[in-house]
Design a protein around this ligand. Structure first.
Ligand code: UDP
Ligand code: MG
Length: 312
């Protein structure tokens, strides 16, 4: 059999060489053919140069594509999956947070007939705040969307050819892989591993990008958040009517006494905020339609290397 390793890299010059050495060390031990597909996601450091060198050193087992600019990890993974020729594909980060030593285990499970073999990490060593937010988020999102998302389950996984082709058949512009993996289904198995911290370089996630990612996840799958908006709206108007009734009765009994400007202010500001959030939500869905209708490619390739003759 033939295994493809797909590695999106963005500014990973600090760790890439080490990664390449480690992954080969693992793969050379296994009785399989393999290829490592790197995707340079428009890095601004020496990543591309390193990839050129790596491809020169091991031309049979290395291929890479390099994007014209940074298109994001989702695009990187998509490009890698398109590039991969193997019977199975393992998606990995370049920073060695996904231990290559787990690959034999994944292969074994794959050979037992599983189409998706997921390695789930613990959150040891993560910042407390990030862990907290993640926990809250997953609790919330699993109510909101109809695919199952699990904390600690990331992109580190093995996919069978069938699963890869299924993923590639999903051509939406806004890709939220975590959800897509879950959406395609197939025979899935999960095992746990101890979280490792980044070997070198630094994380590309800022708080704002995590927040955006979270919002993406929430609205990538269905329109339940819109439905929720309707529910909240109805609930609030019901409360308002009830309150109006109480006030009316009080006014009849006591006569008009209190000026009640605080109530007014709270109602105006509260409802105004809620309405803005809901309009934003609707806009977000419309924005997605806008992007989908443009039908732009997910990424642009400026350079590539590797043997493409054996492509399926
Ligand atoms: N990555 C990418 N494009 C981006 C951001 C990240 O290809 O725009 C890659 C990055 O090089 C790494 C992986 O995605 O291989 C995970 O990134 P990172 O380690 O920064 O994320 P974290 O592990 O902190 O979630
Ligand atoms: Mg990382």
């Amino acid at each position: 059999m033939r295994l493809s390793i797909v590695v999106p890299c963005y500014n990973e010059e600090a760790v890439l060489q080490l990664f390449d050495a480690k992954i080969r060390e693992t793969l050379d031990e296994l009785p399989i053919e393999y290829e490592v597909c790197y995707v340079d996601d428009g890095s601004r450091d020496g990543t591309l140069n390193l990839l050129r060198t790596l491809a020169k050193d091991n031309p049979e087992t290395t291929r890479y594509v390099s994007f014209s600019r940074n298109f994001g990890k989702e695009a990187g993974m998509l490009a890698g999956l398109q590039e991969a020729t193997g019977d199975a594909v393992v998606l990995m980060d370049a920073d060695l947070q996904h231990p290559p030593a787990l690959i034999p285990r994944m292969l074994e499970l794959y050979q037992h007939g599983h189409d998706q073999v997921i390695a789930r990490r613990s959150r040891d060593g993560d910042k407390f705040v990030r862990t907290l937010f993640s926990k809250l988020y997953y609790r919330l999102i699993n109510r909101a969307v109809d695919v199952e998302l699990t904390d600690g389950v990331g992109d580190f996984r093995l996919l069978s050819r069938q699963a890869v082709d299924a993923l590639l058949s999903l051509q939406e512009y806004n890709r939220f892989s975590k959800g897509l993996f879950s959406w395609i289904g197939f025979d899935t198995v999960t095992f746990d591993y101890q979280n490792a911290s980044r070997e070198a370089g630094e994380t590309k996630w800022r708080f704002s990008s995590l927040l955006n990612y979270a919002i993406d996840g929430l609205i990538s799958f269905n329109n339940r958040p819109l439905r929720l908006g309707i529910h909240v709206g109805l609930l609030l108007s019901a409360l308002a009517f009830a309150y109006a009734a109480v006030i009316t009765v009080l006014a009849i009994v006591n006569g008009i006494t209190a000026p009640g400007y605080v109530t007014l202010l709270v109602a105006i500001v509260g409802l105004g905020g809620l309405q803005m959030a809901m309009i934003g939500l609707v806009g977000e869905y419309i924005g997605r339609i806008y992007y989908e209708t443009k039908r732009r490619p997910h990424f642009l390739v400026k350079e590539r290397a590797g043997d493409r003759l054996d492509r399926r």
